[in-house]
Design a protein around this ligand. Structure first.
Ligand SMILES: [Zn+2]
Length: 206
């Protein structure tokens, strides 16, 4: 069920007959509209034994854990559009992943989002090199870990709502320490760590 390609595999040039392969497909930057698969295990034997020159994989993939400290994958899913081809000692996977990201503007902290696009060109082989290539097991490859990593790496490191974002608005997004003076402590004293304010309130209020 999670196999992206059937045992026979799609014919060259055809779309895989999976439920996720809609006619129009998602627009770049939009969230996938189809149920996202948790795994994308593809049986690559048709590339070895059969006449197929490539296998096409196009469907939504769940990427729940794909988030950085400042951005995440919107909808926790991306659309993968990949081709698998046989290569010496393994397989080459190329194509792209599409989705959307959401996060906070690093200056004003407003919610901001944008398209998530990542080109993919990865090698799968029986003895993968750590951090460089991906494993093949029994002529099958799992595209999910690779696609999730690509989604992670495509997240913006420093999101901005616009290139000329003026930055924080002190009235709406106060960035200083909480005003302990208004919370019942009229004079916290010079040089005190504002984090003590909460403790002071505990003492005074009881
Ligand atoms: Zn901003």
């Amino acid at each position: 069920m999670t196999d992206a390609a059937s045992d026979s595999g799609p014919r060259p040039g055809s779309e895989p007959k999976t439920p996720a392969a809609s006619d129009s497909g998602p627009r770049p930057g939009s969230e996938p509209k189809t149920p996202a698969a948790a795994r994308l295990v593809v049986d690559c034997r048709p590339l070895i034994d059969g006449p197929d020159r490539f296998l096409a994989v196009r469907r939504a993939l769940a990427v729940d854990a794909a988030a950085s400290s400042v951005a995440r994958v919107r909808g926790a899913a991306v659309e993968v559009d990949l081709r698998i081809e046989a290569a010496v000692g393994g397989f080459v996977v190329h194509g792209r992943i599409d989705g959307a990201w959401a996060g906070e503007c690093r200056r004003c902290l407003e919610e901001v989002s944008g398209p998530l696009e990542a080109p993919v060109r990865e090698v799968f082989e029986a003895s993968p090199a750590e951090g460089e290539t991906w494993p093949v097991a029994d002529d099958r490859i799992d595209l999910a870990p690779m696609a999730r990593e690509a989604a992670m790496l495509a997240l913006p490191l420093a999101p901005l709502c616009s290139p000329d974002c003026p930055g924080p608005e002190p009235d709406r997004f106060p960035t200083g320490p909480a005003s302990s003076a208004s919370a019942g402590d009229p004079d916290p004293g010079p040089g005190r760590d504002p984090r003590w304010a909460a403790l002071d309130r505990l003492v005074f209020d009881s």
